[in-house]
Design a binder for this molecule. Sequence first.
Ligand code: SF4
Ligand code: SF4
Length: 122
Amino acid sequence: MFGMLSPILKNGLGKPATRLYPFEKREAFDKARGQLEIDIDKCIFCGMCQRKCPSTCLSVEKAACKWELNPYNCIICGVCVEACPTKCLSLNKVYRTPVYVKENQIKIGKPPVKKTATKENS
Ligand code: SF4
Ligand code: SF4
């Protein structure tokens, strides 16, 4: 009888063994990959990310300065992040929340500034 008292008190008065999700959320691990993000101001619309993406969820239109991601097909592999020449892509640690309607993420940027040739030693 007394042998059972200890675990009963421990279970009744102690902290719960699990988190009270969604009120109590666990912090993401250091190298956790959540969602793909773009700093559209740095994008030069080269299309490298689109060409390298293994799940074909990226589309880039250079003429319209448009970058589009289907986040629900993205497998968070990070290939586009490594391939981007201007390092404007990154994977954050925020996990996607459930939605009723799956919409693409569209970003419109500005045309990249063309470098002009400078006269040297003239
Ligand atoms: S690889 Fe980078 S710079 Fe090129 S289109 Fe994709 S996001 Fe933009
Ligand atoms: S993280 Fe991988 S799957 Fe997602 S857009 Fe980039 S290359 Fe495609």
